[in-house]
Each structure stands twice: as C-alpha cells, then as structure tokens.
Design a protein around this ligand. Structure first.
Ligand SMILES: C[S@@+](CC[C@H](N)C(=O)[O-])C[C@H]1O[C@@H](n2cnc3c(N)ncnc32)[C@H](O)[C@@H]1O
Ligand code: SF4
Length: 231
C-alpha cells in the first residue's frame, strides 16, 4: 500500500517509477484509513500489509498510521520498507517497536547513507528489522507494449498493490496507470464484496493483467543492475 509518492532519492531504475512521476504527494491519513477500512470490511484476512512509497519515513503522520494499522486484527503481519536514508523520530520508533511491524531496509551503497545509524537506532528501540543485504535489481525496461505477458515469471507477482482506492497487480502497474501510460485496470474497493473477491481471484491468476505486457518485470528477461544507482 502506498502512503506517499514523495522520495528523497532518485533511483534510475525505481521499480515504482517514482522519480518519473509529476506531483509526488503524501496521502491524507483519512484517505488511507478509508481505503484500508473498505478493503478489510470485505475480506476475511490480510496475510501481509506492506507499507511503502516513495519513502515511508518522510510521511508526516507516520506514528498515527502505524498505530491504526497495528490495531487492525485482520492484518496478520506488517512490513514497512525504507531506503535507509532517514532516521525517524523517537516517537515513531517507539510506535513501531510496540507494533507487529518489521522494518525492511534496502541496501543502497550510496555516499553518506545513514543505514548503519538507522540499524543501530532500530536495535536500541527493539524494532524488528531485516536488512536486504546485497540486493540485486532488475532493469524492467521502458513502459511499452511487449506483446507478451511476463506475470508468471515475475518475482513481483505477489506484490498486489493498493493505490488511491484501487487494487493493481503490482506497484509499478499502479504508477504506470496513474501516469496514463497504460489502461487503468485498478479494481475499485467500492465494488460489492462478492464482485471484489471475484476480481481479486482473476487478478491473482495473472492471465488478465495487461500491465504485465508493458514491462519486463523482475524476471530472467530483465538485465541485472546495481541497486539504487542514482539518476
Ligand atoms: C520501490 S521501493 C519503495 C520503498 C523505499 N523507497 C525503498 O527504496 O526501499 C520498494 C522495494 O523495491 C525495491 N526495488 C526498487 N527498484 C527495483 C528494481 N528495479 N528491481 C528490483 N527491486 C527494486 C527496493 O530496493 C525496495 O526494497
Ligand atoms: S527505489 Fe525507493 S528510494 Fe529509490 S526512488 Fe524508488 S521509492 Fe525512492
């Protein structure tokens, strides 16, 4: 789930295409809770919520958001992904430490990066964290019609994304649609429960996502690249 599209880095091959977006924003907390409440009212269980963006530690009302998601009993586990450049305020760290959230830290070997400082601080507060050491990135290519669907081969095929009140096959698909580069296939959360479930099942089967024909995905067809190289 995107809570922001603002970011302090400009990664050349960002899978979410964040640097290429116009008008990055923090979403209103009332919109975020509204979207998640709508989803949770129509499903039995959410195995894992991944909070991401953009850079999540830039989000101004992060402590409130953390406390809200942690209260949702249908959400069984929560991950928050950060680029490791920002040390959050102590009250945010305390809220994470008191929650079921695990922080996932990307490994970008950039000059002056604060990742080690962040890890020390997470340890001090007793925050459960995972350092994604030696990440390998893929160049997912230009947004253009390939004439074939890469869904089955893609390591992001379980990265179903909640973006602006709709569900997309992945986060890149959501942003490609937002940018008007592909047809908008987002499934509105406002659909009646039965219809929403039918559409989600279709989405998970992967056969119907046109977005996956506009991307090389995280697959063997995409070139391996250095993680986090800046524009
Ligand atoms: C798009 S980022 C957003 C969260 C945060 N800004 C960050 O960079 O960690 C989410 C995850 O996608 C990974 N990622 C971004 N671009 C990628 C690419 N081209 N190939 C593989 N993984 C990528 C990041 O390393 C991070 O773990
Ligand atoms: S990969 Fe993360 S840090 Fe890099 S531009 Fe995308 S959102 Fe920002």
């Amino acid at each position: 789930m995107f809570i922001t599209t603002k970011c302090d880095l400009h990664c050349k091959h960002c899978s979410n295409l964040i640097p290429a977006m116009d008008g990055q924003i923090h979403y209103e907390i009332s919109d975020l809770t509204g979207w998640l409440d709508e989803l949770l009212s129509k499903i039995d269980c959410l195995y894992r919520l991944k909070i991401h963006g953009g850079e999540v530690f830039l989000y101004p009302r992060l402590r409130e958001w953390i406390e809200y998601v942690d209260r949702q009993s249908k959400i069984k586990s929560i991950r928050l992904t950060t680029n490791g450049t920002i040390i959050p305020a102590d009250d945010v760290l305390q809220a994470i430490a008191n929650s079921k959230i695990a922080v996932q830290i990307s490994d970008y070997q950039l000059p002056n990066i604060k990742t080690q400082q962040l890890i020390e601080k997470l340890k001090k507060f007793g925050v459960h964290h995972i350092y994604l050491k030696d990440q390998i990135w893929k160049d997912m290519g230009e947004v253009s019609q390939r004439g074939c669907n890469r869904f089955e081969d893609c390591n992001m095929k379980r990265c179903t994304s909640l973006y602006e009140g709709k569900i997309y096959v992945c986060s890149r698909a959501a942003i490609m649609a937002k940018m008007g580069k592909i047809p908008d296939e987002g499934i509105p959360l406002t659909l009646p429960e039965k219809k929403l479930k039918t559409e989600l099942k279709k989405l998970y089967s992967g056969k119907y996502s046109e977005a996956c024909t506009y991307c090389d995905g995280d697959t063997q067809y995409a070139k391996e690249i250095v993680a986090g190289e800046q524009e």
